[in-house]
Design a protein around this ligand. Structure first.
Ligand code: GDP
Length: 296
């Protein structure tokens, strides 16, 4: 599970802090140096680490903390609060359009988990009492339509596709009409991924975006790729504009660098996390719960 090693290291630092009783500025600085190393080893973006540590330092070395009865506890509390802040403070929920159908456009690189996550998300939205439609706009990978049909049938959600079309924009347009005709109030569009970000992919996504006017563009990234995931998020956000991130494969990510960096680098929230291959393994992202888990 994510954060194991980070969590262990932070607990060690905090144990030392708590055992000290009175703290000097030097003690706090030494502890923060260890926190910094632990975060860097967890593959957190170095700029993010720097500003995070600076903020804590500003709050922790003042008179109020050092002269308090439990300075160690105060420092830990500050780290906890700043961790929550780093991950976006509060849960960021999906928004719905006032003028249905609400369209969510799923984007991301190949293998990140887009198709699986489209199905998982559809399943969760269906449980809210809505009537989602999945749309297969990945026309390049021959197995992609079939894969979406399989996850769609597992969660009991219809899948719109046009088998022999190579025109994702046309498919998306037809899907919107289909949704209106069939009273689907949510449309989840699974777009094509590539191995790397390229101009052609971005042009295609831009075109789909202009036609379907999505309520949200959700970027799916693989947590196990660490800072690469953060760079991908930054690029997609600059080129296409995204509304939120879904971080997959957190179950296999032992470090946690992407989860801790994405929000700060892109200013866009993590909305959901993927915690396994099964369709129920998608959970809303709660910064406070995640921070508590990291601090143990
Ligand atoms: P796409 O190319 O972006 O559409 O990616 P897929 O949806 O085909 O997913 C690629 C692989 O990642 C599949 O084997 C999925 O089962 C797996 N996967 C997706 N999300 C998760 C997750 O949260 N945890 C784990 N362990 N595997 C996942």
């Amino acid at each position: 599970m994510a954060f194991e090693s980070l969590s262990d290291k932070l607990q060690d630092v905090f144990k030392k802090l708590k055992s000290k009783g009175k703290l000097t500025e030097k003690d706090v600085n030494a502890a923060l140096r260890e926190v910094k190393l632990a975060l860097l080893e967890a593959d957190v973006n170095f700029k993010v680490v720097k500003s995070f540590i600076d903020k804590i330092k500003q709050r922790a070395v003042g008179h109020d903390v050092l002269e308090s009865l439990t300075p160690g506890q105060q420092v830990i509390k500050i780290v906890h609060e700043e961790l929550i802040d780093l991950m976006g403070s509060t849960q960021s929920k999906l928004t719905f359009s006032n003028n249905p159908p609400t369209v969510y456009m799923m984007v991301g690189l190949q293998g990140a988990g887009k198709t699986t996550t489209s199905g998982k998300l559809g399943g969760q939205i269906k449980k809210m009492g809505k009537k989602p439609l999945l749309v297969a706009c990945d026309v390049y990978r021959p197995a992609a339509i079939k894969q979406l049909q399989v996850v769609g049938s597992q969660v009991g959600i219809p899948v719109f596709s046009i088998e022999d079309s190579k025109q994702p924009v046309e498919i998306a347009k037809a899907a919107l009409q289909y949704a209106k005709d069939n009273r689907n109030d949510i449309v989840i569009i699974d777009t094509a991924g590539r191995l790397h970000i390229d101009e052609k992919l971005m042009d295609e996504l831009e075109e789909i975006k202009s036609v379907v006017k999505p309520q949200e563009i959700l970027l799916v990234v693989d947590a196990m790729t660490g800072q690469d995931a953060v760079n991908v998020a930054e690029s997609f956000n600059e080129k296409l504009g995204i509304d939120g991130v879904i971080l997959t494969k957190l179950d296999g990510d032992t470090r946690g660098g992407a989860a801790l960096s994405v929000r700060s680098v892109t200013q866009k929230p993590i909305k959901y996390v993927g915690l396994g291959e099964k369709l129920e393994d998608l959970q809303p992202f709660y910064p406070d719960r995640m921070a508590s888990r990291i601090l143990g």
